[in-house]
Design a protein around this ligand. Structure first.
Ligand SMILES: Nc1ncnc2c1ncn2[C@@H]1O[C@H](COP(=O)(O)OP(=O)(O)OP(=O)(O)O)[C@@H](O)[C@H]1O
Ligand SMILES: Nc1ncnc2c1ncn2[C@@H]1O[C@H](COP(=O)(O)OP(=O)(O)OP(=O)(O)O)[C@@H](O)[C@H]1O
Ligand SMILES: [Mg+2]
Ligand SMILES: [Mg+2]
Lengths: 294, 294
């Protein structure tokens, strides 16, 4: 029973990408002190914006195969999905190159490397997929079919999705067995939660009856703000145990990480002084425990 | 030559709704001191999340006609679009009711009213429109057709769009003659700009050759942050005069306004102490000058 987690919320800008990237990286690399073993992880970038790819400094070149080609290949053709993946050595090179580019006068931190993380990248061509898939056979389960041959190669698969409930996100929810919902601690985000839960129930009935809620993560929590406190307490009131204990604060170190081209869990040590890294490692720990409990 | 502005960017959470709501409200109500005359404005909520409707405390009931019914009506049927609009009296009632609800111990501010603003609301039913429209005749110009009979009733029409370049946003860009692009002062948002500009050129060629760039507004600017300074300078370098002088700072007063159910330009006076309201009124002033210059 594999762990395939779709990181989804139709609300824009609630930290889907930031959460998918940091969770995938911390589960892949592990942390002995926190009791998180390393594991082989695949991160899939299913958003045409390609922000998950950018998070590792990966150049979104148009001449490499991406998840778009995988989704659009004629059924039955035997594509080797490994040809589409970017492995840990290249991801490490890209992160280090990007970090050096943005911080000319600094040494590259030793922590800035991955050994067990693979990325299935995307680029702008993916934005045509929604309309192109609309009339194709099995349009909702293309990703699930494409992943079938490699399911046993990875311990965890994490999918970043665009801010909508269109065919790309439906493909992710059809392929996943778990859904992780990031909710920013702001008012509009609260509004969209009941809509999202209704949509998940619909997907469970019509597309994938194995899909379960992995958890709801409160993100961008502004410390000492009445609005954030209000939203967090509403979310815990409605969703109880499903809400992670770990809350991710709004911090400049998290917003700045994409510019350096590396996840904050690698850029900074999870110490008291680096609350962004510390909290995302805490979320990884809680996720690891939820996965083990299954 | 009417002003129809689509507020669009496929990047999620960059303040499309916040900008559309505050611009529509300030252009509608006007401000004599700033030299902005009042005008009759229609705000269209074309996002299934219905956040523009929520911004006025409007209950998203399922029993009222919304933009969804307008888009899906069989062509040729004569619907009276006025039946779908929420007028200034009801908007004022909803704002005041919502403000009272959230602030039991405070008097309702006298400024909390509109006289010239109309809203075409949306609700979750709209999320089915993308797939349902995909195979319909004239799927890209449904909104433009529906608006044709009322074009002369309004001075300005402003359309809030979802975070994608799907059929809903294409409908907005087909109906509009101008596009306003909010860009948050963060790294991923910068990345998406060149993609967005390419898509606009495609729309201009294939769907609406009248569409022009109205302007690019830098939002959520964190004062004294190197990241925000970097993004703003990059945007001005690439887009020059198209970028509004006015920059909207990241402020709690703006994030809290939706909870009170009213735009920040009405909740707070545009004084030095209320930078959120002040900057959105400044953006309205700049927009008014761009409209006059045409
Ligand atoms: N905890 C945080 N503190 C500060 N900034 C954050 C935090 N989490 C995310 N951000 C920033 O907020 C913005 C939105 O986050 P992100 O892009 O991850 O959201 P998203 O849900 O993936 O957006 P989209 O809907 O466009 O896919 C980004 O600029 C990101 O760097
Ligand atoms: N200048 C600002 N300062 C602080 N918070 C802001 C500011 N502008 C917008 N916000 C808040 O940031 C969040 C995102 O803004 P908003 O919902 O307007 O963006 P959007 O682009 O419409 O999002 P979506 O892509 O989901 O439609 C909201 O919670 C909003 O209240
Ligand atoms: Mg994202
Ligand atoms: Mg919006």
């Amino acid at each position: 029973y594999k762990t395939i987690i779709a990181c989804t919320n139709q609300k824009g800008g609630c930290a889907k990408t930031t959460t998918a990237v940091n969770l995938a990286t911390s589960l892949a690399e592990g942390n002995a002190k926190l009791g998180i073993p390393p594991s082989k992880v695949l991160l899939i970038d299913l958003d045409p914006q390609g922000n998950a790819s950018t998070s590792f400094g990966v150049d979104k070149r148009l001449d490499v195969p991406t998840v778009y080609e995988l989704l659009m290949q004629p059924t039955g053709e035997d594509l080797n999905i490994h040809d589409f993946l970017i492995g840990p050595e290249i991801l490490t090179d890209e992160m280090q190159r990007s970090f050096k580019n943005m911080n000319q006068d600094q040494r590259i931190p030793k922590r800035l490397k991955v050994e067990n993380l693979y990325l299935l990248p995307s680029n702008i061509r993916l934005s045509g997929a929604e309309i192109e898939l609309a009339t194709k056979l099995g349009r909702e389960t293309r990703l699930r079919e494409a992943l079938a041959p490699i399911m046993d190669d990875f311990d965890h698969i994490i999918i970043d999705t665009p801010p909508s409930l269109g065919l790309l996100t439906i493909n992710a929810l059809a392929a996943a067995n778990w859904i992780l919902v990031p909710v920013q601690a702001e008012y509009y985000a609260l509004e969209g939660m009941s809509q999202l839960m209704n949509s998940i129930r619909l997907i469970q009935r019509r597309v994938n009856n194995h899909l379960k809620l992995f958890g709801i993560a409160v993100t961008m929590y502004t410390p000492r703000s009445k609005l954030s406190q209000f939203v967090e307490s509403e979310v815990r009131k409605h969703f109880g145990e499903d809400v992670f204990q770990t809350v991710i604060p709004r911090l400049m170190s998290i917003a700045e990480a994409p510019k350096d081209g590396a996840p904050v869990v690698l850029l900074k040590n999870p110490t008291k002084g680096n609350k962004g890294s510390k909290q995302y490692w805490a979320l990884a720990k809680e996720s690891h425990l939820r996965i083990m409990k299954r």
